[in-house]
Design a protein around this ligand. Structure first.
Ligand code: OAD
Ligand code: ZN
Length: 257
């Protein structure tokens, strides 16, 4: 299970980190309270604050970091049963985690839908409008187009239900970079069998791992990159991960040219 904390080393501010979290940056905008930018009623009333934020999330702006590649290494080794992410930045996919192993629980910017007629909207046109500081509109009915990220109160994607089959057979649960505040995602942390170790790496303790700890929990608090480095070293994968990062980031920058 991962959250915004795995993408801060890629330069994407998390939501709730005091001071640097992007929710605090909305205090001076035309927004009643920060979470409103992800609420449908507010979005339909005033979509601009959401698109101001969306512009910063333009996929070309960010690259996966060593944490994403650590997850990729788990996948390459056949150890990743599934990756449940709350992030909508698409960096897990960019790091080479195949769709079949990924549950983007809060959706993504990979597709967008008209809020009035429900038609899928082409993404090139969508980004052209957002980058030009315009609200993207449906070419058929002129309704506002919303990317398929899950707003508060909206249903999670069908694939989220995979947790019903995944969690009972997991040997280990890794929880990285999340404040475990948003349901139903946060409750997945309680889904593994009680004999299954949970390894939580985050700046601070949070959620059920703070208020209902289990005897086999491992908490690695502090900077996530350091925690992941430490685990990778214990596993003896340091060189392998370095090689993977070099290979992949070389390829990514090669693609830019
Ligand atoms: P949060 O911003 O709530 O939490 C991120 C956690 O990561 C915090 O506990 C930070 O302290 C920690 N963190 C950040 N950078 C770190 C670093 N470099 N090292 C260690 N820890 C670090 O983000 P999420 O839990 O992902 O919803 O938030 C969940 C959902 O709330 C998001 O998916 C989004 C948001 O509103 C929607 O988009 C619907
Ligand atoms: Zn429409």
């Amino acid at each position: 299970m991962v959250g915004a904390g795995i993408s801060t080393p890629s330069g994407i501010p998390s939501c709730r980190s005091p001071g640097t979290g992007f929710y605090s940056s909305f205090q001076h905008c035309d927004v009643p309270y920060p979470e409103a930018i992800f609420e449908l009623t507010f979005f339909l009333h005033n979509p601009r604050p959401f698109f101001t934020w969306a512009k910063k999330m333009y996929p070309e702006n960010y690259r996966p970091n060593v944490i994403h590649y650590f997850l990729r290494l788990l996948q390459d080794k056949g150890l990743l049963l599934r990756l449940y992410t709350q992030n909508i930045d698409g960096l897990e996919r960019a790091a080479g985690i195949p769709d079949s192993r990924l549950v983007e629980a809060h959706g993504s910017f990979a597709s967008a839908t008209c809020t009035v007629c429900g038609r899928a909207s082409p993404m090139e046109g969508f980004w052209a409008e957002v980058m030009g500081d315009r609200v993207p509109r449906c070419t058929v009915c002129t309704g506002v187009v919303k990317p398929d990220i899950v707003f508060f109160g909206e249903a999670l994607p069908q694939r989220f239900l995979l947790h019903v089959v995944d969690f009972p057979i997991a040997d280990l649960l890794l929880i990285l970079g999340t404040s475990l505040q948003v349901e139903p995602f946060a409750s997945l942390s309680e889904a593994p069998r009680s004999s299954v170790p949970r390894v939580f790496m985050n700046q601070e303790a949070a959620g059920s791992l703070a208020w209902r700890p289990r005897s086999r929990d491992v908490l690695q608090l502090g900077e996530l990159v350091d925690g992941v480095d430490k685990l990778v070293e214990l596993l003896g994968w340091t060189e392998e991960l370095k090689d993977l990062v070099q290979r992949e980031t070389g390829q990514l920058s090669g693609r830019d040219r």
